[in-house]
Design a protein around this ligand. Structure first.
Ligand code: AMP
Length: 189
């Protein structure tokens, strides 16, 4: 199973991905987590992307595609992968198709968490206060939302046309969203 959890930043993708990992044994591939780990470790990659992450802009397609490729290689035979925060551009989506095709696989399902942007701002302000993630501050968050609307949202019609896009109300409670995802996954297989 190759499942993309899709939606703007702070839509709840990470929370839902972690539930799917616990319940189904899938592997979460969060490019945001991988990049933050690189920054925290002070690696060459981390130093290269630190300022970009802090600005809310996107790192290059090349970097995130390489991270995903590496994870697919090291986790061969996994029950499934949940792509969280990837792909974020048309180029990344095309690269993912190619990576999967070369393994005889494909994107099976794209679940879009549909959320209200104003409510997201409130959600992220709370997360900023609780967790102190620099890129959650309101100014940077608005850059991240702009990037989502400009670069990532164009993927919606692409996956819809393939008939693999499912929509779930991301404003509902965590358990309700999770039930919506389960129902969407049942339809997908
Ligand atoms: P996230 O935790 O998914 O919101 O990602 C945090 C930050 O990491 C983003 O604002 C980007 O700077 C970077 N990032 C994460 N995933 C990607 C991606 N697929 N493409 C480009 N940049 C990414």
């Amino acid at each position: 199973m190759n499942l993309i959890l899709f939606g703007p930043p702070a839509a709840g993708k990470g929370t839902q991905a972690k539930k799917l990992v616990a319940e189904r044994g899938y592997i979460q591939l969060s490019t945001g987590d991988m990049l933050r780990a690189a920054v925290a470790s002070g690696s060459e990659l981390g130093n290269k992307v630190k300022a970009i992450l802090e600005s809310g802009a996107l790192v290059s397609d090349e970097i995130v595609i390489a991270l995903i490729d590496e994870q697919l290689n090291t986790n061969e035979g996994a029950a499934g992968f949940i792509y969280d925060g990837f792909p974020r551009t048309v180029g990344q989506a095309e690269a993912l198709d190619k990576l999967l095709e070369s393994r005889g696989e494909r994107v099976d399902c794209v679940i879009r968490l549909v959320v209200d942007e104003q409510a997201l701002l409130a959600r992220v302000t709370k997360r900023f206060e609780e967790q102190g993630r620099k890129d959650d501050n309101p100014e940077t968050f608005s850059v991240r939302l702009e990037k989502y609307n400009g670069d990532t949202a164009p993927l919606v019609p692409i996956y819809a046309e393939r008939g693999i896009l499912r929509e779930v109300d991301g404003m509902a409670s965590i358990d309700e969203v999770s039930s919506g995802i389960d129902a969407a996954l049942k339809e997908a297989v």
